[in-house]
Design a protein around this ligand. Structure first.
Ligand code: AKG
Length: 231
């Protein structure tokens, strides 16, 4: 089933369409490129079975290793400490959660929006770059602390560049999953009762990035995705 637009996609899951300004998207690309070329920067991670992920990744704050499924203090690619999360990224995450609360609050049957979608202070940012052939299979984000998972502290995801088809659902079954297109500037938040959803990226849509973004940044064809979590 395909979902179109802005709003509450399911309990605890909110999509803010075209939320990040073009100026902020441009800064985000430039900042990620600069950090990504340095120590603890982009690399092509692998799973335990030896298969490589179909994307480039770097972790900020803490390193998450898809091979061990653990958070650690150094990147497995070069042994360096993960770079810090830029302050302006975290500020954007905080205001996005507040604006999501504003949306949830419009539904007057909800007495406390924080029960539906708890607030969080990110200490981890995973930056993924997908080329136009990139993808990511359905999975759950469940390697954070049991406190975070029990409380349903949200994952906040920024999309920049080419659009992507994003699947989400209660089971690891693409046929039972819902689909939404994530475009450049979109912010997706999933916490509360949606914290454990299966989710993944089935395809990146070529030539769908805003022209001005490409002109200003010379971003390669593909999609940059930043997910923020609290360990
Ligand atoms: C993850 O990093 O866990 C993701 O699922 C990324 C999803 C996306 O690229 O939109």
């Amino acid at each position: 089933e395909e979902s179109g637009g802005q709003g509450v996609l399911r309990p605890g899951m909110v999509l803010l369409k075209r939320y990040i300004s073009l100026g902020d998207q441009i800064e985000m690309v430039k900042t990620c490129r600069e950090i990504g070329l340095g120590p603890g920067g982009f690399y092509r991670p692998g799973y335990k079975n030896g298969a490589k992920l179909r994307l480039q990744m770097m972790c900020l704050g803490l390193n998450w290793d898809p091979e061990t499924r653990k958070y650690e203090d150094q990147s497995p690619a070069d042994g360096c400490k993960p770079p810090c999360i830029p302050r302006e990224f975290n500020q954007l995450v905080e205001t996005a959660i507040q604006d999501a609360h504003g949306l949830l609050g419009k539904d007057c049957t909800l007495s406390n929006v924080e029960d539906m979608l708890p607030a969080m202070s990110p200490d981890i940012c995973i930056v993924n770059f997908y080329t136009t052939t990139g993808r990511l299979g359905l999975h759950q984000d469940r390697d954070e602390s049991s406190e975070t998972l029990d409380k349903g502290l949200p994952v906040v995801s920024f999309s920049v560049g080419d659009s992507a088809e994003f699947l989400y659902g209660d089971q690891r079954d693409v046929n039972k999953a819902d689909k939404v297109v994530l475009e450049s500037g979109d912010v997706l938040i999933f916490g509360g009762r949606s914290r454990h959803i299966f989710h993944g990226v089935t395809s990146v849509i070529p030539n769908s990035a805003p022209k001005a973004l490409i002109e200003e940044t010379r971003l390669r064809p593909g999609r940059l995705n930043l997910t923020f979590r609290q360990y």
